[in-house]
Design a protein around this ligand. Structure first.
Ligand code: MG
Length: 256
């Protein structure tokens, strides 16, 4: 099922998307903490403003260079150890919300990624058991100030600006991340094309690695790396990220 978080009649609400009827079946509360309990209310999709499907209370754990073609286009090899970093939860925005280009950077790029939403407390989880701690999947854009990523030497600033983690449009709870198309367009022009089967490390392996370092909490997000084709974003652009079987995430780009 597809679970959305949205604004409806000036209130924060959650719903299961019924695509055929184009309505949301309202949930009693936040499905990550209150369980998936529907109430008898159907909300037309046209009447909601989608928000990021989850704002982690704790962290966004991201992985770099997990697609070899992208690693090579950046002049890197796939690391022997997973390359892990954090993005602050304040970088998250929802579908349609603007990515703001910060004054400190002259070169901001898009990175479409499969995002994993953690559903339960996870510590030292073997890859084979990772499915037990996954709530679902969504689409992310790991927006990156490429110039600052290089000049800073570490990535907190380059990947941590407000609005640098668009997320959405909803969480798909039944999804197999083993394969499927992943891509990004800018102003309708194809920029990134890949397949989830090109990931060097599987979602399970990434959860095993991350959970051996941090305790993962419900609502935490894992970003699983980006395929080849990253490129610049400029004021006035519209960037669209998609994962086949989950959905499409579009955001306008504006100056700061
Ligand atoms: Mg990335």
């Amino acid at each position: 099922m597809k679970i959305a978080r949205f604004e409806y009649q000036d209130q924060l609400a959650y719903g299961i998307f019924d695509e055929d009827a184009d309505v949301y079946v309202r949930l009693a509360g936040d499905p990550l903490y209150a369980g998936i309990e529907t109430i008898d209310e159907r909300i037309p999709a046209a009447d909601v403003r989608l928000l990021a499907p989850v704002i982690p209370r704790s962290k966004v754990v991201a992985f770099g260079r997990n697609y070899s073609e992208h690693a090579r286009e950046m002049g890197n090899e796939v690391a022997t150890e997973p390359l892990m970093f954090l993005k602050p939860n304040t970088s998250i925005i929802g579908p349609g919300h603007p990515i703001r280009l910060p004054r400190q950077s002259q070169h901001v790029e898009h990175e479409v990624e499969l995002a994993v939403v953690i559903g339960s407390v996870a510590r030292h989880v073997p890859a084979a058991d990772a499915h037990q701690v996954i709530f679902g999947y969504t689409v992310a854009n790991d927006v990156t100030a490429r110039d600052l990523q290089k000049s800073d030497g570490q990535w907190s600033r380059a990947k941590g600006f407000d609005s640098f983690c668009p997320l959405g449009p909803y969480i798909e709870t039944e999804f197999d991340p083993a394969s499927g198309g992943i891509g990004a367009k800018v102003n309708g022009e194809v920029r990134q094309v890949g397949d989830l089967n090109q990931m060097e490390r599987t979602v399970g392996q990434l959860i095993e690695y991350a959970s051996s370092v941090f305790t993962l909490l419900p609502g935490d997000i894992l970003l699983t790396g980006t395929p080849a084709g990253v490129g610049p974003l400029t004021d006035g652009d519209e960037v669209t990220c998609a994962v086949e079987g989950i959905g499409t995430l579009s955001n306008p780009v504006t100056g700061d």
